[in-house]
Design a binder for this molecule. Sequence first.
Ligand code: MG
Length: 163
Amino acid sequence: MIRVGIGTDIHRLEKGRPLFLGGMSLPWEKGLVGHSDGDCLIHALIDALLGAAGAGDIGRHFPDTDPAYQGIQSAILLKRIRENILAEDSVIHNVDAVITAEQPRLAAYIPAMESRLAEILEIPSSRINIKAKTNEGIGALGRGEAIAAFVVVLLQIPSCSSE
Ligand code: MG
């Protein structure tokens, strides 16, 4: 059975914090605020995978009230979802993502980000597509106060409880 999943996330930017996005550390004067490392692209990706799998959301699996996830790398959370929640013989056909960030400009990092996520998910990087755009100066995203991510995935799973 082929199933689609959607995920979105947004985190505030704060001066003096490291910026983690797409499982990578990016050079920038601000970083994303969060209980974990604040990687909104990975959080949206996790929610999209969980949605496709019919397995709830990121907060159910990794509650932000749990000190175990304080400052944890989101890449580790994504790996756990792939290994422990998705059925072993499930196939991630493709991931399509949009990052909305006024700054920094992300185009130069996109190929490395796609490779990094592909490595974590153990799929070819050709199955991952990431697009970066600005918010045209509009609202909090446009003022560079936050970065948002939107992800859809297509997942093939061996069986489904709704069958
Ligand atoms: Mg988040």
